[in-house]
Design a protein. Sequence first.
Length: 254
Amino acid sequence: MRRRLTALLLACLALPLPAAADAVTVFAAASLKEALDRVSADWEAESGHDVTVSYAGSSALARQIARGAPADLLLSASPEWMDLLEAEGLLVPGTRRDLLGNRLVLIAPAPAAPVPLGPDLDLPALLGPDGRLAMALVDAVPAGQYGKAALLSLGLWEEVAPRVAQVDNVRAALALVALGEAPLGIVYATDAAAEPAVAVVAEFPPESHPPIVYPVARIAGGAANPAADAFLAHLAGDAAQEAFRAHGFAPLPG
């Protein structure tokens, strides 16, 4: 009996084991949540690998990576933070590319009437005596930086600056407006499309702020991860780009 059990055990050990699913860790701008969740789920079903996405403001994610946080990919809402990581040698050379574009909008709790956005707009009056303008951190988070640049370009920043409620990321700004805690907010068009409780009352002219570009790259320093390389390639493929487009993003060529 012992011989038979030994032979059976050896036969089992000789059988090929199923390949283990590799895990991919992605740090991504908060504004990408719905779109990237869909893209990740589709790729997991197709590849058999696992994707874990950590969403936050691009500035917070870049700082975490600079401090050694274990990420395979970064998908930022701003080239600036990607530039800083690249300068520190924290990106895998040759993997960075501009993936997506977006638009900047002014929102209010739904329903809401359009606002004539321009240099003559009295934003403080629209906010009312106690209202605040919800924005992501204007000196660190891309959505806040784009928003401040747009307001400066239109000559609206100085009067409204004392009335700005700054929060950690663009989704937090969206939530303030959706919950009625702020009468107005500045977010990306894709954020507004994802939240039925808000309405877009104006779109900022593209020339009023730097182009909104989402770069993506592999993070250096970790062990080789072919699954992460494959997911990076998938993000630029037709299926993923169509999913991003369906959520309001503008895929960028090349």
